[in-house]
Design a protein around this ligand. Structure first.
Ligand code: NAD
Length: 351
């Protein structure tokens, strides 16, 4: 059986708890190298996933790529390094899977996209939300015209108290931003993908940072002082217009005085509206025989992160048609950049 020789980089929450369990049990994947600036995490991976004791380990991704010459790398480092590592790998003819967000800004995403095109190698960025059962069921319903013309929507991920517990998340230079780039990429991508990828034409937004000065506070994960630097927003609110006349409202917070954390996508069409729920269900609101009707369709199976990782393996090994193309990543991060620009200037930004 042909196997994908993959080298993995970054074993924190995502790399260690989500990517590695998938790769380690995947018969079509061979883990040929491990890299983390904290070398002990590489040892942890060998122990936790019963990898061969002589699996090469590194603290420097360049050394790993040049030494083991993998078919692909899987990047799960802080955001700042996504484009740096991805370009290094792509320029050496190596396929790249990378965690979200694509990169810290659109300039960096463009570099990744150009490097992928120049090398003719796959670049896929994590889009786990597209692979949940309710997402796939909604996509089919919308593609089949079940909702008619989708003309507006709302999406969000609001935490009451969920400020990050690692410095890099709240440091603009390393993360690119706060909850907008952390949580927003998930729900904005899901919404735009469900809407059929209309082209964004303008953005208007506000961002706020109201909780950082009162830090530490009650928090989802800990009550201790947890980060030493905080120069990003804790709430972003925005409005996107698309070239087909549709619009999307959005809201993302790490901390807000609201009842409880929730994630949502609501899209309205002229035949029906859909609501994608956090608990994996989907609701459809429509009318039939002069009656208002609420439908709760059974959703197909979906496995989020692992299905996204499997899709990458299938693209590289079997030439499967990619669900994600770098152009979508570039459009998405241009929206994020425009949201920050609009919030900074107080004006609508044309894309
Ligand atoms: N798709 C999702 O649902 C999801 C959820 C959480 C985080 N993420 C993304 O995953 C990425 C990692 O997040 P996390 O929560 O695992 O972070 P983390 O801080 O827990 O882990 C990052 C790991 O990368 C290592 N690292 C840092 N710089 C490195 C470098 N230059 N070379 C090699 N290793 C390096 C760190 O030592 C650490 O082990 C981020 O981009 C984040 O946005 C995605």
């Amino acid at each position: 059986m042909k196997k994908l020789r993959i080298a993995c980089i970054g074993f924190g929450t995502m790399g260690g708890d989500v990517h590695m369990p998938f790769h380690a049990k995947n018969e079509r994947v061979e883990i040929v190298g491990l890299c983390d600036i904290r070398i002990e995490r590489c040892h942890d991976m060998i122990r936790d996933f019963n990898l061969p004791a002589d699996t090469p380990i590194f603290t420097d991704y360049k050394e790993m790529i040049d030494t083991v010459k993998p078919d692909a790398v899987d990047i799960a480092t802080p955001n700042k390094y996504h484009s740096i590592i991805a370009c290094y790998a792509l320029e050496r003819g190596i396929h790249v899977f990378c965690e979200k967000p694509d990169a810290i800004n659109a300039v960096e995403v463009k570099k990744m996209k150009d490097a992928s095109e120049a090398a003719g190698k796959v670049l896929m960025v994590m889009r786990n939300n597209r692979y949940y059962g309710n997402s796939k069921t909604a996509k089919k319903f919308l593609q089949d015209g079940g909702a008619g013309e989708i003309y507006c929507g709302r999406c969000g991920w609001l935490r009451r108290r969920g400020l990050p517990d690692r410095d890099w998340f709240s440091t603009k230079e390393e993360s690119g931003g706060g909850p907008l780039i952390d949580l927003g990429v998930h729900m904005i991508d899901l919404s735009i993908w469900l809407m059929g990828n209309p082209k964004p034409v303008s953005v208007s937004a506000c961002t706020y940072s109201k909780f950082t000065d009162k830090y530490p506070r009650i928090n989802m994960w800990t009550k201790e002082p947890i980060v030493s630097k905080f120069d990003v927003e804790d709430l972003a609110i925005g409005f996107i217009r698309f070239d087909n006349g549709a619009c999307l409202q959005l809201e993302f917070s790490w901390a807000s005085n609201i009842e409880e954390e929730h994630r949502f996508v609501e899209l309205r069409g002229d035949k029906a509206g859909i609501r994608w729920n956090d608990n994996g269900t989907l609701d459809i609101f429509t009318e039939k025989n002069n009656e208002l009707v609420d439908l709760h369709p059974e959703c197909v199976e979906g496995h989020g992160h692992h299905e996204a990782l499997q899709h990458f393996v299938d693209i590289v090994l079997d030439g499967r048609e990619p669900d994600y193309v770098p152009e979508q990543g570039l459009n998405m991060v241009k929206i994020l950049d425009a949201i920050y620009e609009s919030a900074r200037t107080g004006h609508e930004v044309l894309l």
